[in-house]
Design a protein around this ligand. Structure first.
Ligand SMILES: O=C(O)c1cc(C(=O)O)c2c(n1)C(=O)C(=O)c1cc(C(=O)O)[nH]c1-2
Length: 235
């Protein structure tokens, strides 16, 4: 597409960003399970169930990001996006977000193998996470980038979660919460880049609408994941 063509179909970035940000209303921080978690109303069994199941999301995030890299023809984007994979996988054994999540597991009383062998993994969680990875593999890379923008809303939830865990769940060693502390810095950096990517690459009304739809899809993924956990660990 020529620059001239592109100019004629460009729609206002402000409206686009507003449409993306307005998805905060559909974010999983408002899911009843998270509301109860942050109000200190979950049992040890429920916290353990959430940690064990969310691990499947954590371990699939770098695979999702590798799918985005493989579909992305833009070297500048790839150079920055690749950092997400090492943030989660770590540069060496014993480092990175997946390792930090396993330590969270230990802090809540779950042996590593009990988390890594998926013995507690609920079908609905597997289905939701697999749908997210599949989306990144099969959809245009800009849509997959847009779907990561739930992270715009994550830092608030992360801060509330940290405060809630320290206040309501003193049986969890605070050392185990380092994953969430790291995300307080990583999530704003990541979503700033993702927002820059979609606002520079999605210029037509149609591509912007598809980006917004991708973010809606991701809100559904996260909500479904929480529904599955909520239902499996009802008390
Ligand atoms: O605990 C959470 O509520 C939460 C939410 C999200 C999110 O909004 O997708 C992510 C994370 N955590 C997270 O830890 C993480 O690494 C992450 C990566 C992504 C993504 O879509 O690329 N989302 C999230």
């Amino acid at each position: 597409m020529t620059t001239a063509n592109r100019t004629t179909v460009t729609t206002p970035t402000g409206d686009f960003v507003h449409a993306l940000r307005s998805h905060a209303r559909r974010y999983h921080d408002q899911h009843p399970f998270h509301v109860r978690m942050n109000a200190g109303r979950l049992s040890r069994r429920q916290i353990r169930g959430w940690v064990a199941n969310r691990f499947y999301y954590q371990e699939n995030i770098p695979r999702k990001d590798a799918a985005i890299l493989s579909n992305c023809p833009d070297i500048e984007v790839r150079r920055r996006w690749i950092r997400r994979i090492t943030d989660h996988d770590g540069g060496n054994p014993g480092e990175g977000g997946i390792e930090a999540w396993l330590r969270l597991g230990e802090a809540v009383g779950l042996a590593r193998e009990a988390v890594t062998d998926h013995r507690y993994l609920i079908p609905g969680v597997r289905f939701a996470v697999d749908a997210y990875v599949n989306f990144a593999r099969t959809r245009p890379w800009t849509e997959a980038v847009a779907s990561s923008l739930t992270e715009l809303f994550a830092p608030d939830l992360m801060a509330r979660r940290l405060a809630a865990f320290e206040r309501w769940y003193p049986w969890i060693d605070p050392e185990g919460l380092s994953y969430f502390r790291a995300r307080l810095d990583q999530a704003p950096r990541d979503c700033e880049h993702a927002l820059e990517v979609v606002t520079t690459h999605c210029l037509s009304a149609e591509s912007q609408a598809r980006a917004v739809d991708a973010l809606s899809f991701k809100c559904d993924v996260l909500w479904s994941l929480m529904d599955a956990i909520d239902q499996a660990y009802r008390e």
